[in-house]
Design a protein around this ligand. Structure first.
Ligand code: HEM
Length: 332
């Protein structure tokens, strides 16, 4: 097939997948802006884009685009190296900066993928993945249950660590260089080699990339500031919204218990829910403290319920160990 077997075909695949990824990033940066302007609306969007079929199909499509883009990047780089042979660092007429990112597209791409790995562990794994596997919450190492749709809480958790903005800004720098070069070379691959249009496209590419990546940088700094000042934790509107998510989840689980016919199983499920209820209250205290204070719940109620021990079975009086005592001295 021409698309996969010819060099131009492969470049077209790179260009089309690259263009789709640029559109995704443009959507992503706009969505992050909602978290800055209206954090409660951001959480509602996260809930909407959770684990429904449309979101899952879009996510799978995105994953295919990413994988195709990465695989073809390797194939094209290997091909170029082979074609250039020892002359791979020959001086060309292109400006130094363009030349640098052009030669280092693969390395830049690897830095972006490394950033993405960290990013997925911090967000996607704790949010959409938890919903996919049927969990309402992600449980932190401290035992706090964070609703999988509470994007603002995950932003707080991620950007609380000073390493997050550091790693992100390194990732964004690589992304800027990678996108900047990839964007206009995508037009070049598609045959727009026009001497008037190519310089214009370079400017458009640089402008678009700079706005998208620049916004990501501002957002990373903003979220770090929000996390350090604890404003997502102390926002009464967010507190109310997150507490409602917990209450709805507990109610849903309570309704499921009503459906259990077997009394023994029902008792066990009720006991489990009581334990979860306390965990939920401790979690509200941790991530919605303003609401928790209003609820006026006594501190003792947050402790694990004391499991009543079953009355101990009567113990038979201990028999003296006669094995040695009763032994007759050996007759020599
Ligand atoms: C300040 C910067 C960023 C923040 C705060 C941020 C935040 C998030 C959040 C909260 C999610 C989870 C959404 C959900 O599962 O409902 C997410 C997903 C994702 N992010 Fe980012 N992101 C940032 C930058 C980036 C960049 C630069 C890239 C790509 C190079 C990227 C790629 C992705 C991808 C591929 C997903 C998974 C797809 C999805 O669930 O929509 N993000 N991001």
């Amino acid at each position: 097939m021409w698309l996969t077997s010819s060099s131009i075909g492969r470049k077209v695949i790179m260009a089309v997948t690259g263009a789709a990824l640029i559109l995704f990033l443009t959507f992503h940066v706009l969505m992050n802006s909602v978290a800055i302007l209206w954090p409660a609306a951001y959480n509602s969007v996260c809930a909407f884009l959770g684990a429904n079929w449309y979101a899952l199909i879009a996510c799978a499509g995105l994953a295919v685009l990413f994988i195709a883009h990465i695989l073809y990047a390797f194939v094209l780089t290997m091909q170029n190296r082979k074609a250039r042979g020892n002359d791979s660092y020959a001086v060309t007429a292109t400006p130094k900066s363009v030349e640098w990112s052009s030669k280092n597209m693969l390395v830049l791409g690897i830095v972006v993928v490394a950033f993405l790995a960290v990013h997925f562990i911090q967000f996607w794994y704790k949010m959409q993945f938890q919903e996919i596997i049927g969990n309402h919450y992600y449980e932190t190492a401290q035992g706090v249950l964070v609703p999988a749709t509470a994007g603002s809480a995950f932003l707080h958790i991620a950007f609380e660590s000073i390493w997050t903005p550091v790693v992100y800004i390194i990732g964004f720098a690589a992304l800027w260089l990678h996108m900047n070069h990839g964007f206009w070379s995508m037009f070049q691959s598609a045959g727009w080699n026009n001497t008037i249009w190519l310089p214009r496209l370079k400017k458009i590419a640089c402008g678009w990339t700079s706005v998208v990546v620049g916004l990501f940088v501002i957002q990373a700094v903003w979220f770090t500031y929000e996390a350090k000042t604890g404003s997502y934790l102390n926002d009464p509107k967010l507190n109310e919204q997150i507490t409602n998510i917990y209450i709805e989840n507990l109610q849903k689980e309570g309704q499921e218990i009503q459906k259990i016919k077997d009394p023994v199983q029902r008792e066990a499920a009720i006991a489990k829910l009581q334990v979860e209820e306390r965990k939920v209250l401790r979690s509200i205290k941790a991530i919605a403290p303003v609401k928790f204070a209003e609820m006026g719940i006594p501190e003792e109620y947050l402790q694990e319920p004391v499991v009543e021990e079953a009355p101990a079975a009567p113990v038979a009086p201990e028999q003296p160990d006669t094995t040695v005592v009763n032994q007759e001295p050996a007759n020599n």
